[in-house]
Design a protein around this ligand. Structure first.
Ligand SMILES: [Zn+2]
Length: 591
């Protein structure tokens, strides 16, 4: 009984739903008819969308409008809600309600109508099939030591080094100048439409603009100070001209130095704005900006640290990095950069024995041979790379007399990692290597404190506290690695804490020596942040230079066989001692 009654109800609901659906379709069918009858039938189209270039999103041209499927507008980072015969599109903070069309079972959204509300410019390219979308330049001002850019949609900025008369250009990809664009330049810059989708700000070569802030990936409203032009003071637009709020483009005097350069047709267009058709003037640039590096100079040199500035003509396309091929050698690598010829002219430093510059492929390399091992920090600043040399306190530079805490990992109920057959425990192998290291260090005259001498459990924090309480100069923690899959990894790693430049130096010195004798692959030195965001507890709490050494993988049969040998344990213990001596500059015949 109950079942039958239920069936009837379901059938009634379905019928109502079907009817509602049919009613909903009526206005849509009307739209479809208007699309086909009133205008040319939909034809397939492409979209060239601002800085994003050509989209893969299918599009249709109906009359002068370009339509995209409702189901695909997420590709424009939009969302939409259909309500009756209207669609409300949400684009960032904006909501735009438009009338859709219906074609081949799809709901189509008029792209031009939405973009008009968002302030974007649209139009069909000459091929009649490409719908171009651009960001209108609302304002560009290069004056009073700053660049000011305002556009209606996001544009992608990039610096370019030009071969022509102008030295540096800032390209705004996806942007177009219109008659409403407000352009104001001090005379040291020129604004032009370089391609239909690129607005270029050309800076006078005699006054290279140097941004004080890294370029954002995308911008819509941006103001950034630039280093004032060198040489003669550029003519500045009087402040009252800028503050009129006039909708007309600001009339700036034509830039004299650019007017004499072979950049044609500067006259005839509003000063500071060039309306050169892009196809008649193929842009001439040498690819993405490759800044020039140099000069290199020492800005300060004290007993604990030294500062250097490596000047750059523009921002680096990629981050600078450094390597330490030897404890006393640092190589600073600037990607896609060239050295200026006299970058090292007049360079002198009491901390550096030798400085060499080299263009290696697309990289500019500065090789510094230091008077002794030092830590290094790099900072990217708008004027170039700031290098800080950290000179660790090594006392008399001798291992003898130093206090070294050697920490054998795990212990007691904490076995650490285990071999797959459970016969070999990390805690035992680590203790054996720690004890051998302690013996070697004592022989060299160092005072050694072992966190554990036997098989006992010690909390992580207590291990570093032992070092802190004893006023240790070094904390060395010995471990054996393991991972999820047996035999999938091999080799040794020495960890330092976070970004600690002195810990990194100590790790480089020790791992470099271990790699020479271990017979296992060298996986290098790693920040402990690669494992845990807060790093390893034993390194975090230690107040002195501290490293954690993972000798090899206990779940790799080759590593295990090698690490089990007396030869391995003896040699890595000796290598740890050698690494400490390298760090201290001990035993080196420097003079
Ligand atoms: Zn461990």
């Amino acid at each position: 009984m109950g079942l039958r009654f239920f069936n009837i109800r379901v059938r009634m609901v379905l019928t109502l739903r079907t009817m509602r659906r049919l009613l909903c379709l009526i206005p849509w069918m009307g739209l479809l008819v208007s699309a086909v009858q009133g205008q040319s039938p939909p034809s397939e189209a492409r979209i060239h969308y601002t800085h994003r270039g050509e989209l893969t999103t299918p599009a249709f041209r109906i009359g002068e409008e370009c339509y995209v499927a409702l189901a695909r507008i997420n590709e424009l980072n939009w969302s939409a809600v259909v309500a009756g015969s209207r669609v409300t599109v949400t684009a960032g903070p904006h909501k735009v309600t438009v009338a859709p069309k219906f074609h081949q079972g799809q709901t189509l959204i008029p792209l031009g109508a939405v973009l008009k509300e968002l302030g974007g410019g649209t139009g069909w390219a000459q091929d009649d099939r490409t719908f171009e979308v651009w960001s209108e330049v609302i304002e560009i001002g290069v004056e009073d030591g700053s660049i000011r850019i305002k556009t209606s949609l996001d544009v992608r900025p990039s610096w370019l080094r030009l071969e022509g008369p102008a030295g540096l250009a800032l390209d705004l990809s996806g942007a177009r100048l219109t008659s409403r664009s407000k352009i104001g330049t001090s005379g040291s810059a020129l604004v032009r439409q370089a391609t239909p989708q690129t607005v270029r700000i050309l800076f006078d070569k005699s006054s290279p603009a140097e941004p004080r802030k890294a370029l954002p990936d995308l911008l819509r409203e941006w103001e950034v100070p630039i280093v004032p032009a060198k040489g003669p003071e550029p003519a500045r637009t009087p402040p009252e001209t800028r503050s009129t709020g006039a909708k007309e483009p600001i009339q700036a005097p034509p830039p004299a130095s650019l007017a004499t350069a072979p950049e044609p047709s500067l006259g005839g267009s509003p000063a500071g704005v060039e309306w050169e058709p892009w196809d008649k003037q193929p842009p001439k640039w040498s690819g993405p900006l490759s800044p020039q590096a140099g000069p290199v100079r020492m800005t300060s040199d004290g007993p604990q640290s030294g500062s250097m500035l490596l000047k750059l003509s523009g921002p680096l396309p990629d981050a600078a990095r450094f390597t330490r091929p030897e404890p006393s050698v640092l190589e600073i690598v600037l990607p896609r950069t060239r050295w200026s010829a006299d970058a090292l002219a007049g360079f002198r430093s009491a901390s550096i024995k030798e400085a060499v510059i080299e263009n290696r492929g697309k990289e500019a390399v500065l090789r510094l041979t230091l008077v002794r091992p030092m830590g290094l920090q790099l900072a990217h600043e708008p004027d170039g790379i700031h290098l800080t040399l950290i000179k660790p306190n090594v006392g008399d530079g001798k291992l003898a007399g130093k206090v070294v805490v050697v920490d054998a990992g795990h212990g007691g109920h904490d076995t650490g990692a285990r071999s797959p057959d459970k016969k070999l425990n990390e805690k035992d192998l680590a203790l054996a290597i720690a004890n051998l290291t302690a013996k070697r260090l004592s022989e060299q005259g160092a005072t050694v404190v072992l966190t554990r001498k036997g098989d006992q459990f010690i909390a992580l924090k207590e291990r570093s506290e032992i070092a802190n309480r004893n006023g240790a100069h070094f904390f060395l923690s010995v471990h054996i690695n393991s991972n999820q899959v047996a035999n999938s990894s091999t080799g040794g790693i020495t960890f330092y804490h976070q970004q600690d430049p002195v810990g990194m130096l100590l790790a480089d010195c020790i791992q470099g020596e271990i790699a020479k004798v271990s017979g296992l692959p060298n996986l290098g030195t790693w920040s402990d942040r690669r494992i845990y965001e807060t790093g390893f507890a034993v390194l975090r709490y230690a107040k002195m230079p501290a490293v954690l050494i993972e000798m090899g993988f206990i779940n790799n049969s080759k590593d295990r066989a090698r690490m089990s040998t007396a030869d391995f344990k003896e040699k890595v213990a000796g290598a740890i001692v050698q690494g400490l001596r390298a760090y201290l500059g001990d035993g080196k015949q420097e003079d």
